[in-house]
Design a protein. Structure first.
Lengths: 197, 464
């Protein structure tokens, strides 16, 4: 996983709530068997509208997405995270993220920064008044800086540590392999198996 | 203090628990399908890791498969399905491919085989894994990185969820179903209301539901933002499981039932949140917007965004009405549909097909309306045919299809065209999910059937 300490890039104000993962990447784009090449599918339906924010310069070069509440709801597709990252986004800021999306982001190094809706409204106005302005996001101090706006954001301690270190979850868990084996030894006999081991 | 059902299941699966780190939780059953697994298997190959417990892993093909006879014609879909088959062969995972007697939607297959049992942890790279919570299992959707994690370790690092009780007390009225309960719950708490929670559905109305109806309720927990939803196992659960292929037998059955009988929330346990729903006040419920919380009783009208107090909510409603081509104030019953879809992991089981067939029987689908009936699995299809339900549907002018996810997400050819309006028993009415520009109203199987007959959103009570 890519480590994340801080990032500065063009901020994109996305004034929408309930941006579900079908909007982030429609199902027709989910058929690839790789983790790359999903940028074409990012917000595919909305990008057909020339007034959509990512079709406007200089927002098209954005890497910090500032969205309304309940971002990433719906389908568990990790392709949504791949699409955002393949396009170039490193940070999404929202007042509330869907659980699965937030988890998927944490595995890939996409920072989901939870800020207050009041701060997001201020950042939206700033980015709309100053198209192409940068937003800086610092994971060490958990702050977002956009012009004169300095806003705190939340991210859980464990995800923050993993992101800062760029650690692979599977490797971390396999350090505890003996404990998994011990647990398996104690599982009740009535638990079902799909096939003979 | 006592513990909730979810807390008990959690505690029974903790492999490792250390302050400041997520718990490592053991996973009893891992279901996989073609869309969210290829990159996970790729990751294993790159790292040289095996699947730790192929015997606790089951694959089925569902999202991409056509529901008309013949091979997959879309080459990209075919590649994805063939990749799954290759991965399963390479890593020793059991798979039920297209055409197999056990193939079907992953969340229909697990329960009907008896693989879904109380007290288990069940995961799948699909958000509707919450379905299995109907058995008193802790079941939730995961992303592809987590699929790889479970394949490699049979565990997941997780932080405990908060708990929310959804009390549905009283008796359901005639023609009011599990789907109406869950649509009303989602409308009440919103698409983010369950975020961070496991929902436990309780109360007389829930206890009176069949297992299949309970699955419909738990299935849509994710649409309220919850990772999982569950229902305490009881005699209904045990009766459903007894004798199924993978249900315990003999002394194991006795031991299992003894354990399962402990799986309920203690009287002195406290939930982090409690929501009350009066079952007697519920009526058939339908959605008017583009997320599952944008719903209303069928007897109501399309709401007016201008009257909504919350600015974000009003803006979202305005966008939804524009997309849906609806005007505030229009009675929902006057909305005409082009297509009716009966199927999906929400409502594609035998009881759903029976309910729809009972309404359809002896009637005709309205002129200009197309009705697709897609069984949730090959077994459901065979059972329905044995009962003559296929003949009921086809005599009415509906199409009887092969099992799969179908028009729930339109990864196969079953899609809506721009502007086409559907009444669907599926779970998501998101913009474009059933096809670009497609407009979907979520409904119960009873409402779907009555709508097919009348051509406008209707309940069976509206039929002559």
């Amino acid at each position: 996983m890519q480590a994340f300490t801080n990032h500065t890039g063009v901020g994109v104000p996305l004034r929408r709530s309930n941006v579900d993962t079908d909007q982030i990447i429609p199902a027709e784009y989910l058929k690839r068997v790789t983790r790359t090449g999903f940028e074409d599918g990012l917000f595919a339906a909305w990008r057909k509208d020339e007034t959509f924010i990512l079709n406007q310069q200089p927002y098209a070069a954005g890497s910090v997405l500032v969205a309304g509440p309940d971002f990433g709801t719906g389908s568990s597709r990790e392709h949504a995270v791949w699409a955002l990252m393949n396009y170039g986004f490193r940070v999404v800021i929202s007042s509330r993220f869907a659980d699965i999306f937030r988890g998927n982001s944490g595995k890939q190094g996409l920072l989901t920064a939870v800020a207050s809706q009041d701060d997001i409204e201020l950042i939206w106005k700033y980015l709309e008044n100053e198209p192409g302005a940068s937003v800086s996001v610092d994971l060490v101090s958990r702050t977002i800086t956009a012009g004169d706006i300095v806003a705190a954001f939340d991210v859980d301690d464990y995800t923050r540590w993993r992101l800062l270190e760029g650690l692979d979850d599977i490797g971390l868990t396999l350090r505890h392999e003996p404990e998994i084996t011990a647990y398996e030894g104690d599982r009740p006999a009535f638990k079902p198996v799909v096939s003979a081991a | 203090m006592g513990r909730t059902l979810a807390e008990k299941i959690w505690a029974d699966h903790v492999v490792r628990s250390v302050e400041g780190e997520p718990d490592i939780l053991y996973i009893d059953l891992h279901l996989i399908h073609e869309v969210t697994s290829p990159q996970a298997f790729d990751g294993l190959r790159l790292a040289g890791r095996p699947v730790r417990r192929p015997d606790l892993t089951l694959a089925t093909e569902d999202h991409n498969v056509p529901t008309t006879p013949g091979p997959i014609t879309d080459p990209v879909s075919l590649t994805q399905v063939e990749t799954l088959r290759r991965n399963c062969a390479e890593f020793g995972v059991t798979i039920y491919p297209m055409g197999d007697a056990e193939q079907g939607i992953v969340h229909v297959v697990g329960p009907q085989l008896g693989l879904t049992q109380p007290g288990m942890t069940i995961v799948c790279g699909d958000s509707h894994t919450s379905t299995h919570g109907a058995f008193g299992a802790l079941a939730f959707g995961i992303g592809t990185s987590e699929v790889e994690h479970v394949l490699a370790t049979q565990t997941l690092p997780l932080k405990p969820f908060k708990t929310m009780a959804i009390n549905v007390d009283g008796e359901l009225g005639e023609g009011v179903t599990a789907k109406d309960i869950i649509l009303a719950v989602i409308a009440k708490i919103g698409t983010g209301g369950g975020q961070g929670y496991v929902l436990e559905y309780r109360g007389a109305a829930i206890e009176s539901l069949s297992m299949e109806a309970r699955m419909t309720v738990c299935n849509m927990s994710i649409e309220a933002g919850a990772r999982a939803g569950l229902i305490a196992p009881d005699q209904t659960t045990f009766d459903y499981l007894r004798g199924r292929d993978h249900a315990p037998t003999g002394a194991d059955w006795e031991a299992a039932v003894a354990y399962w009988s402990t799986l309920h929330t203690d009287a002195d346990a406290a939930f982090d949140e409690v929501v009350e729903i009066d079952a007697t006040s519920l009526t058939p419920f339908v959605t008017w917007g583009t997320n599952p919380a944008q719903g209303a009783p069928l007897g109501a009208s399309v709401p007016d965004p201008a009257l909504m107090p919350d600015e974000n909510e009003a803006r979202a409603a305005e966008a939804a009405l524009a997309y849906m081509g609806l005007t505030a104030g229009t009675p929902l019953r006057e909305i005409a549909v082009d297509t009716v879809f009966v199927g999906s992991c929400t409502n594609g089981r035998i009881e759903d097909l029976r309910a729809a067939a009972a309404i359809i029987n002896g009637r005709k689908v309205a002129d200009g309306v197309r009705m697709l009936v897609v069984p949730g699995s090959a077994r459901v299809r065979l059972q329905a045919e044995a009962e003559g339900l296929d003949a009921v549907f086809t005599a009415a002018g509906a199409e009887w299809r092969l099992p799969g996810c179908s028009m729930c997400l339109g990864m196969n050819p079953d899609q809506l065209t721009p502007g086409e309006r559907s009444a669907s028993t599926s779970n998501r009415n998101f913009e474009g999910r059933q096809g670009k520009g497609g407009r979907t109203h979520l409904v119960s199987p009873l409402v779907a059937a009555a709508t097919a007959i009348r051509g406008t959103l209707s309940s069976p009570a509206d039929l002559d």
